[in-house]
Design a protein around this ligand. Sequence first.
Ligand SMILES: [Zn+2]
Ligand SMILES: [Zn+2]
Length: 351
Amino acid sequence: MKALRYYGRRDMRLEDVPVPQPSGDEARLRIAYASICQTDVERWWHGPTMRRWLTEPKTVGHETAGQVEAIGTDVRGLSVGDRVMVNNIRACGECHWCILGSQSSCANAKTAGFALDGGLAEYMVWPESHLIKLPDSIPDVQTPLIEPTSVAVHATRRTGVKVGDTVAVIGCGTVGILTMQVLRAAGARVIAGDLRAQSLELALKLGAEAAINTGEQDALDQLLDLTDGIGADIVVETAGAVVTPRIAINWTRPGGTTVLVGIHSGAAEFDFNEIVGIERTVIGSVAAAPGDMEKGIQLIAAGKVLLGDLVSAVIPLDRVMEDGFERMLRPEKDVFRIMVTPNYRSDQWSN
Ligand SMILES: [Zn+2]
Ligand SMILES: [Zn+2]
């Protein structure tokens, strides 16, 4: 079968590898779609930026779903033909952090597309315990977006948001747009911030009350105008740019909370008195914890989180580098998610 393998910085190869065989508790999926995450693009272009991403070579792709095609002898709850989402993070369940319930910090966690083979391939094996059956209401082509939705659910839980809070989301890419929708479902009033007109437009369409171009000189004044001069109760930063954590902290009201979700490939300077002086709380949120993906699926199925506008293109696995990764790298990047499928039919999609 074909699989996109990660060898290291600027070295990924679409290769022929053996079709994987499911062992006892595993199922083999015929991949329907896998999407390309900005994290995958960064790891390809800049090399691994987090220690836990260091293993290689493995098949890329952590946002993926498919149909069960074969099962191991110990699988009890899945049948051939089931549509399932890959719950991509497998925490060890035994370490100090897992026992404390902080599985996102598990040092032994293994993730699809990083330490374990992922979904940018024709087939993938994964344990039954980390496969979630999908409702019919979510179309195949949108299913990879369930993974970034789980990241949005996790980030929203980390904010501690309460009904009626004003929350600014800085960075309205895929994770930002999803986080905004989850925050709305949690009862927040949302203000969007981004540099790209296309992202701000989509944020407004999906329920942001206002959209601020963070590149404008008076961006902070606009935010203050919208919040009676107070600032946002909570700011969620999902952009991962050098300047965005500083903007996020500055937009947070005294005593409020900043949640940093974006992943950084460089180090920024910061005046920490901005945190100390008015007792802001700054916390990190990474990936998702057990239960977050199930919650995300519920919100999507209930129509509280809409995915359709985030599918920017559909491409065949054979073209994953040219039409996928290289397009994501362009400075004028005009896409949210590119969906990659091994079963591409040109009559079904026009990009
Ligand atoms: Zn991702
Ligand atoms: Zn653990």
